[in-house]
Design a protein around this ligand. Structure first.
Ligand code: GDP
Length: 595
């Protein structure tokens, strides 16, 4: 028995290849009740950060209906930092729609997501979009897609993917690589989804298994668990058990269920196997948990959640540690904001620190954390950040650090410098092959520590033509006696003489930066200097006591007379790349160099 009234798919596309336009058009041309669609809503509208970064960060659900069939379309994040989430989304669907620009062709950034989809044995449909574009080369792009499928290990049936040609802009799609301007219709895409994507199995007579795959949050109903009903059915008023991943169970009565219609989440009374739904009313519901009948507690296997590998300290600007005056952002607001993020982002961890107004935030990688920082800055938060540091683990008594698999596509002429810089960063080359068109593909296994800050260097090294993607691979024994050579915030000179000068230079491209040097200073003075007409702050702590000074305006330098012994931790703020800071105590001893 199957449920022919439903199809669940995920959509994969490189940014700008037309995913939003396409889904919007599917919505417009679908039989989805008009009341559920607001014309000004752009389906899956990507936010500004997504657009700039060229990746999808947020997963969004859209549901359209066509010929009495409901099609759930899940958006997928497009970067390896979100691998766990991609994997979970792929578990909720039976097929994928891969949208490729008929002019640009396949892009490496979508490879990762497509690979996950193929691994899950999902049924693919390929939509070659923008065939109206001058210079569109649908036939070649189709070959590229086929090659990519082969390379990613697609099985026989997946290689027989149907191909559709579309101009989402004109609301047209076709079975042939030519524009049929007469026929303004998305029907070929709808029909292909209905005909090729497997309908969910209808085992709604069996005991309920509803697994939570994602978390959402709403001010009215609080925490929301989103997932697929894999077996059985559920309705308001049911007594159910939530099976925790540790095997324990908790009973509760179902009070609110939601389904997806158009772009909206709407309350529903009941749902059954195959449906993608949301549930609220359980404050501690979590990803991977299975909701079952009370008398038939059978959990589904837990889902993969990426463990954080990188951490940064977030510091509120008004914390006594920073002591900036007139700041409206309180430490409490910062904490609230961080906790809000953890409600829906299960790969993020936030911990208190001994310092007032400072939290350690752990995440999947530099991108994961930097997106959060960017979002918060856009919301008006002013933060200071420490340099990202990898999270070490103790595995069977051995100190281990995270390693990543790095894939680089670069024009041939830069291969030498890429290999040089990667080996300086202790990366081990696993593979090198020519991929034609004067391009080479390199694969490395690299310690995450070595990759911090590499992407900027890599971009300038390859003149902007290189493409790098990396995925967490494993924790392995930490490399001993090695501090990665840093370009950013490097300790660039030590002058011995009457005074010792540590010049800490930042080439970070934007924002503020914590200097992570811990030094012991004896009867010294610490001077912060800004080379431009900008603010600079020097903060010194001893335990929790803080001495702070800020400089701005004409002299743009600040100094602090230091007590006899103190440790200078994470304290100098840079506002731009042409600024620098000098620490010039009479006597200074470097205790631990983290820079
Ligand atoms: P997304 O980033 O994948 O969601 O891409 P969008 O749907 O936002 O589209 C990116 C740009 O491509 C927009 O300017 C669209 O108007 C344009 N676009 C989308 N589909 C087509 C198409 O079929 N033909 C042409 N010429 N442009 C398109």
């Amino acid at each position: 028995k199957i449920r022919n009234d439903i199809r669940n798919i995920a959509i994969i596309a490189h940014v700008d290849h037309g995913k939003t336009t396409l889904v919007n058009e599917l919505l417009k041309q679908s039989d989805t009740l008009a009341e559920h669609i607001q014309i000004e809503d752009r389906a899956m509208d990507t936010n500004a950060i997504e657009r700039e970064r060229g990746i999808t960060i947020l997963s969004k659900n859209t549901a359209v209906s066509y010929k009495d069939t409901k099609i759930n379309i899940l958006d997928t994040p497009g970067h390896a930092d979100f691998g766990g989430e991609v994997e979970r989304i792929m578990k909720m669907v039976d097929g994928v729609l891969l949208v490729v620009d008929a002019y640009e062709g396949t892009m490496p950034q979508t490879r990762f997501v497509l690979k996950k989809a193929l691994e899950q044995k999902l049924t693919p449909i390929v939509v070659i979009n923008k065939i109206d574009r001058p210079g569109a080369r649908p036939a070649e792009v189709e070959d590229e897609v086929l090659e990519l499928f082969i390379e990613l290990g697609a099985d026989e049936s997946q290689l027989e993917f149907p191909v559709l040609y579309a101009s989402a802009l004109n609301g047209t799609s076709s079975y042939k690589p030519e524009l049929d301007t007469q026929e303004h219709t998305m029907d070929p895409i709808f029909e292909t989804i209905l005909n090729t994507i497997p309908a969910p199995i209808d085992n709604s007579d069996e005991p309920l298994q509803f697994q939570i795959t994602m978390l959402d949050y709403d001010d009215y109903v609080g925490r929301i668990g989103v997932g697929r009903i894999f077996r059985g059915k559920i309705k308001i008023g049911d007594q159910v058990s939530v099976m925790k991943v540790d095997g324990t169970a908790k009973n509760f009565r179902v009070t609110k269920l939601f389904g997806y219609f158009g772009l909206k989440r709407t309350e529903i009374q009941d749902a059954k196997a195959g449906d993608l739904i949301a549930i609220s009313g359980m404050d501690d519901i979590y990803v991977g948990e299975t909701i079952t009948p009370v008398d038939h507690q059978e959990a589904l296997p837990p889902l993969h959640i990426d463990e954080p590998t990188l951490q940064m300290t977030f510091l509120a600007n008004n914390s006594p540690f920073v002591g900036r005056e007139g700041e409206f952002v309180t430490a409490r607001k910062l904490e609230e904001r961080l906790l809000k993020q953890t409600r829906t982002d299960v790969s993020l961890k936030v911990e208190d620190t001994d310092l007032p107004g400072a939290w350690v935030v752990s995440g999947r990688g530099e991108l994961h954390l930097s997106i959060l920082v960017e979002e918060m800055r856009r919301e008006g938060f002013e933060l200071q950040l420490s340099r990202p540091e990898v999270i070490y683990r103790d595995i069977d008594g051995v100190k281990s650090e995270p390693f990543e698999s790095v894939q680089i596509d670069t024009p041939d002429e830069y291969v030498g410098s890429v290999i040089d810089t990667m080996s300086q960063r202790k990366a081990e080359m696993k593979n090198m092959e020519s991929v034609g068109n004067g391009q080479t593909r390199l694969v490395f296994l690299a310690p995450s520590r070595g990759l911090i800050g590499y992407s900027n260097e890599f971009m300038s090294l390859t003149g902007g033509y290189g493409i790098m993607s990396h995925t967490f691979e494993e924790y392995a024994p930490a490399i001993k006696n090695w501090e990665p050579g840093r370009r950013n915030g490097a300790l660039v000179s030590i002058n011995q003489g009457n005074s010792t000068t540590y010049s800490l230079q930042s080439v970070e491209d934007r924002g503020q930066l914590f200097i992570g040097a811990q030094v012991e200073v004896y009867e010294g003075m610490i001077v912060g200097q800004s080379s431009r007409d900008r603010d600079i702050a020097v903060n010194v702590t001893k335990g929790k006591n803080l001495t702070n000074t800020r400089a701005s305006g004409k002299d743009h330098s600040a100094s602090i007379k230091t007590p006899k012994t103190l440790s200078l931790e994470q304290s100098i703020e840079f506002l731009n790349d042409d600024e620098y800071c000098e620490v010039t105590p009479k006597s200074i001893r470097l205790r631990k160099k983290i820079l």
